[in-house]
Design a binder for this molecule. Structure first.
Ligand code: PEP
Ligand code: MN
Length: 288
């Protein structure tokens, strides 16, 4: 063979761990709960506030998310805040509130778990657990959620290569939990105009490397409300299986990440645009 010969992965500069390797399965992983499937032909939209604040905020936001076509509610109760002086989330009370809102609206929910000691409690309520960017390499936590038989959304560490990201996912699969969804949420670069640099090239690359579903978070990926629609549409065009976005019924009053949260009107508008993009790339978004 000449020097221009390379196998399928050698040009990625990375080794794919065995359990997440696309070649280890004949079909992409599909994760179903709440009447829909992540990793199928439908692009699944997850939306909601950065943090659970109170019953009214969560209910009004959840209603807006549902009526616009969102399938899963997001909301943090255990919040990893950069400053210890900022709102830290409502903790267990917030998790219970998410459960109440699910009863009221029928929306399943995803919420973050930051510590192995929270896993049992959160798993009792949540439909899907989130391991956040700051915890992508918290190996005890990865092992703990790996012992669950519930979907886990793993966010890419802000300094993590795709190889490190896949190795983190491998920890979860290695414990027997195959229901892992990867979330690209932007990485740290030298650029400062945006909160993070949203690496959309990670979407086709991850789908090339692994059988796991891949979703994108354009809210943390940009940190700017006005940029979210453009990057959300680009993510769907790039082949994302879903999006997770911050929506707040009153972004200007949000206790956390209001400047990157869409209001209900912006969200409805975006959903109709996203459906068109999804259809243009052979997918769909089912609107109510
Ligand atoms: C979040 O989704 O609430 C969050 C804190 O995101 P990340 O871990 O990507 O910063
Ligand atoms: Mn946030």
């Amino acid at each position: 063979m000449g020097t221009d010969f390379y196998n399928e992965f050698s040009n990625t500069g990375c080794t794919v761990p065995p359990l997440v390797d696309r070649k280890s399965k004949s079909y992409p992983t599909k994760i179903s709960f709440g009447g829909f499937t992540i990793g199928g032909s439908e692009v699944i939209i997850i939306a909601g506030p950065c943090a659970v604040e109170n019953h009214e905020q969560l209910l009004e936001t959840a209603k807006a998310v549902k009526s616009a076509g969102g399938k899963i509610l997001r909301g943090g109760a255990f919040k990893p805040r950069s400053s210890p002086y900022n709102f830290q989330g409502l903790g267990q009370e917030g998790i219970k509130m998410l459960g109440d809102i699910r009863t009221e609206t029928g929306l399943p929910f995803v919420t973050e778990v930051m510590d192995t000691r929270q896993v049992e409690f959160v798993a009792e309520y949540a439909d899907m657990l989130q391991v956040g960017s700051r915890n992508m390499q918290n190996y005890p936590l990865l092992k703990e959620v790996g012992m669950l038989r519930k979907p886990v959304m793993l966010k890419r560490g802000m300094m993590a290569t795709l190889e490190e990201f896949l190795l983190a996912a491998e920890y979860i699969l290695n414990q027997g939990n195959e229901q892992v969804i990867l979330c690209e949420r932007g990485i740290r670069t030298f650029e400062t105009t945006t909160r993070n640099t949203l690496d959309l090239s990670a979407v086709p690359m991850l789908k090339h490397m692994t059988h796991l579903p891949v979703i994108v978070d354009p809210s943390h990926g940009t940190g700017l409300r006005w940029m979210v629609p453009a990057m959300a549409k680009a993510a769907v065009a790039a082949g994302a299986d879903g999006l997770i976005m911050e929506v707040h019924y009153k972004p200007e009053e949000a206790l956390c990440d209001g400047y990157q949260s869409l209001n209900p009107e912006e969200f409805v508008h975006l959903m109709t645009d996203l459906k068109k993009v999804a259809q243009a790339v052979g997918r769909d978004i089912i609107l109510p």
